[in-house]
Ligand binder design. Structure first.
Ligand code: ASP
Length: 454
């Protein structure tokens, strides 16, 4: 049995957390393959080591002294090593790094990667496992994209059967040039490793007990999601439910490896299992989760009825493409359609984009609706169940929330509504209430045999 255990920044923030990790690793002999992020925040207002390293890089580029900054970063590692009585020569290693860094001796990627490197060095000694550098495991092409083929070869060659600790977030090109993944990319490193080692499970350890069915800042007591499919997770993450890097699902999903989100501070909590299918027999929740984002706007384009319908949308959309703006949704009517986009994507170009649409399709009218929020109600069990959306819209109506836009894909796992930003919190609370009772999200078994649920 092979379990990949990946610990995020908050899970390796200090010596206390290292101890928690040791407890987690010792509790299960299958947990021998460990991936770590760089030390994260220890308390609110604290800084992540990765952010500090980017700051060091900026100082170096602007020829400003960064000695204090480097001293602060070093101290974090020294504190961990001292408290745990580790013998890795962290002071020597770090001061050699700091000296070279302050002279501009590293590329940005090399410099920033040292956050995970030193964390992994200390963790390896503390757990009594060998250290394997990510540059010997994770391969990049020169353009900065991952080479899965060569990564698989390297893992096969360099991985140690008995287990090891590997830094996340980076790898190297064939020539040994360090390359970074996206921010939060340690999740991807763990997922890649799980795929290459054909793991049975990918455990992603963080500081929350999995995904919650709604944002707890909006819905008090929102329930954790016990199981979620990859498809549902994509929908929820896209709408802002962020616990895991979005790209981290692909390697394990392709390999059919389940992924579980666990809490380093509460290891006994079941967390959220993410897998291809998520059947729980009769006790399936009616919805899986609700997530939403503010900051959208809709550009409504009404057709001049004297002109041909054919090519109208394509021509209008080509303008968005030219501006490199992604159209998130497109509710349509007989003679008009709306393109819903992120307001930040058109922050500097809205005026010229609208006038280019005007020129391109000569519409009857163009209207921009600002301050929209989108809310996705996601659930594999929405599929084929009449009455769900009726209930959702009925409840929103009762609460006086005006729905400005609706979309539902034919796969029926997602109902997306657009509301005015001022109604965002109320709409989410109302939808949660619509599908829950005092025991949390209502189960499908509670709805049977009545088909229309409420
Ligand atoms: N340390 C990196 C970051 O802060 C990568 C990670 O934590 O996964 O983005």
């Amino acid at each position: 049995m092979i379990k990949i255990t990946k610990f995020g920044g908050s899970s390796v923030a200090d010596a206390e957390h290292f101890k928690k990790i040791k407890g987690i690793i010792d509790a299960d002999p299958a947990r021998r393959f460990v991936v770590v992020s760089a030390c994260g925040r220890r308390f609110s207002g604290d800084s992540k080591v990765t952010d500090l390293l980017y700051l060091v890089d900026a100082h170096v580029n602007y020829h400003v002294s960064c000695d204090d900054l480097l001293a602060d970063i070093g101290q974090r590692y020294f504190d961990i090593a001292d408290e745990l009585g580790l013998s890795y020569p962290i002071r020597e290693e770090f001061s050699a790094f700091a000296e070279r860094a302050s002279k501009g001796g590293y590329t940005t990627e090399e410099l920033v990667s040292r956050g995970e490197y030193f964390t992994a060095r200390l963790m390896a000694e503390y757990l009594g496992l060998p250290f394997i550098d990510a540059t010997d495991m994770v391969a990049f092409h020169h353009d900065g994209t991952l080479s899965m083929k060569r990564t698989a070869e390297l893992v096969k060659k360099n991985a140690r059967e008995g287990g090891f600790v590997m830094p996340g977030f980076y790898g190297a090109t064939k020539e040994g040039k360090v390359k970074l993944l996206d921010r939060g990319g340690g999740d991807i490193s763990g997922s890649i490793l799980a795929q290459c080692l054909e793991a049975d499970l990918y455990e992603n350890w963080t500081d929350v007990s999995g995904f919650l069915s709604a944002d707890p800042r909006i819905v008090e007591g929102a329930q954790p999601i016990p199981r979620i499919t990859y498809e549902e997770l994509r929908e929820l993450s896209y709408m802002g439910a962020s616990v895991l890097h979005e790209e981290a699902v692909f390697p394990v999903r392709d390999a059919g490896i389940p992924l579980v989100i666990k809490n380093t501070n509460a290891p006994e909590d079941p967390g959220t299992i993410i897998s291809e299918t998520a059947k729980e027999g009769d006790s399936e929740p009616i919805i899986t989760g609700i997530a939403g984002k503010r900051g959208f706007l809709a550009i409504n384009v009404a057709r001049d009825r004297t002109k041909s319908r054919i090519g109208f949308m394509r021509r209008a959309l080509s303008v968005f493409e030219r501006y490199g703006v992604s159209v998130e949704h497109m509710p349509t009517g007989v003679d008009q359609f709306a393109a819903v986009v992120q307001a930040s994507d058109v922050k500097d170009s809205l005026y010229s984009l609208v006038s280019d649409i005007q020129e391109e399709v000569e519409p009857l009218e163009i209207e921009v609706v600002e301050n929209l929020a989108l809310i996705a109600t996601v659930g594999r069990n929405l599929r084929g169940r009449p009455g769900i959306s009726g209930h959702l819209f009925g409840m929103l109506g009762q609460e006086g929330v005006s729905v400005r836009m609706i979309t539902q894909g034919c796969d029926e796992i997602n109902i997306i509504i657009g509301v005015e930003e001022k109604d965002f919190d109320l709409a989410i609370k109302t939808i949660y209430k619509a599908f829950s009772d005092e025991n949390g999200i209502v189960k499908t078994s509670d709805l049977e045999p009545v088909r229309a649920p409420f």
